[in-house]
Design a binder for this molecule. Structure first.
Ligand SMILES: NC(=O)c1ccc[n+]([C@@H]2O[C@H](COP(=O)([O-])OP(=O)(O)OC[C@H]3O[C@@H](n4cnc5c(N)ncnc54)[C@H](O)[C@@H]3O)[C@@H](O)[C@H]2O)c1
Length: 377
């Protein structure tokens, strides 16, 4: 596609995230046509009406094959990314894929292969990369301000409302683990910040499942990666915090120590607290799912996509989506995660789950087929 031709955009998945991204597309001058797909017809038709979009089908194949389409956003449920992504890649379209690339490492390798063979530009939705605080850290580390990274520690705490929403649409929850679904955001962030020298050669992890086993998932996974150059990285996530926890979704702490300095990141959102007699509901509100919760203390800005002002979302998901439009419309370089990084992230999160399952250190890299066989046994 020649640069500056108006883009025809397909958005597959019209839930919370598909709706947000399609709404930004409606306001981007370089996008001339918007088609939508969701297997939930009512949801998709409602978004079409709200945006005055050009086309809707409950069959994503019909949408992807429309002649108007140049670019595709895959915003289907976490476990339903692979098939539409492969078809879109085979059709030669620009791709924006929500994380994770797939929930099976073999499928993820097939997705990556389709993207590479067809030579399409494909990025993955690691939204937090678009926050000013992380961009400045990336810049400082890549320009050598703390020397060579030697030791990193990551602590992600999540309100259990997020996994409750995540697992609601499927009974096959084997691979919907804290690391695969959500820890992937922190894992991507830390590997991105650490830079190209951060090449994991082993992982030793432990998990536990207490309160979240009723939902078919685990509470927490903590692990230590060792890098090719001897650096170490402790990556830890727990998504079993109480529903009343004031953080809406995600609270993060990261410490990165280099040979010449340190960067210590406090991203728990405890710097902006509201306490009120007016009960605050969940931040994540899919149309078909209501969580009964009364929260009277709220860490504002803790909903990862951003915050609502005057009915519109402001924050990292806006920056990320609009930057992608600039990437495909203007040819601009952007900090999006590549499909290769998305695949690496899935393999590493699954390797953490495997190490925890076997209670053994896992040597990396590991072949996708071997990883899935060992996880499935
Ligand atoms: N980047 C971020 O910060 C962020 C935040 C939340 C969610 N996500 C990711 O975005 C994706 C969507 O999450 P959501 O919160 O919008 O979920 P959601 O449940 O609100 O929406 C997903 C939609 O996909 C539809 N769908 C599922 N399979 C489909 C198929 N084969 N064809 C067409 N439609 C299909 C469902 O009907 C549903 O409407 C997930 O992968 C999630 O991991 C990313």
């Amino acid at each position: 596609m020649a640069k500056n031709k108006e883009i025809g955009l397909a958005v597959i998945g019209c839930g919370v995230v598909g709706r947000i991204r399609a709404s930004f597309a409606k306001e981007y001058p370089g996008i001339g046509w918007i088609g939508l797909s969701d297997k939930n017809r009512e949801l998709g038709q409602k978004l079409k009406a709200d945006l005055n979009a050009d086309f809707f089908s409950d069959d994503y194949m019909e949408l992807i094959q429309r002649p108007e389409v140049d670019a595709v956003i895959v915003a289907t449920s976490t476990w339903a990314h692979a098939d539409p992504t492969i078809l879109a890649a085979e059709s030669g379209h620009y791709l924006f894929i929500e994380k994770p690339l797939a929930t099976d490492a073999v499928e993820s390798a097939q997705v990556l292969s389709a993207i590479e063979v067809n030579n399409v530009d494909a990025v993955v939705g690691y939204t937090q990369r678009f926050r000013r605080r992380f961009l400045v850290v990336k810049e400082k580390i890549q320009t050598g301000q703390i020397g060579e990274v030697r030791s990193t520690v990551t602590r992600a705490f999540m309100n259990r409302m997020a996994p409750m929403g995540e697992v609601r649409l499927t009974q096959d929850r084997r691979f919907l683990t804290p690391m695969v679904v959500s820890g992937t955001h922190s894992l991507d962030m830390c590997l991105w910040l650490m830079g190209d020298t951060a090449k994991p050669v082993s992982i030793f992890a432990r998990s536990n499942d207490s309160v979240m086993s009723a939902l078919g998932t685990k509470d927490a996974t903590f692990g230590v990666f060792t890098m090719e150059d001897g650096a170490i990285w402790s990556m830890n996530i727990c998504w079993a915090l109480p529903k009343e926890w004031p953080g809406a979704v995600y609270g993060l702490e990261i410490g990165i120590v280099g040979t010449k300095g340190v960067i210590d990141i406090e991203d728990t959102h405890r710097d902006l607290v509201m306490a009120t007699e007016v009960a605050q509901g969940p931040a994540y509100n899919p149309d078909d799912f209501k969580i009964e919760v009364s929260r009277n203390v709220d860490f504002l800005t803790s909903f990862p996509p951003g915050d609502t002002y005057n009915g519109e979302l402001w924050g990292p998901m806006r920056e990320e989506t609009n930057s992608w439009f600039q990437r495909i419309y203007l040819g601009k370089e952007t900090p999006h995660a590549t499909a290769q990084e998305g695949h690496r992230n899935l393999v590493l999160t699954m390797a953490m789950d495997l190490s925890a399952k076997l209670e053994e250190e896992i040597k990396l890299p590991m072949k996708e087929k071997k990883l899935m066989e060992a996880l499935s046994n």
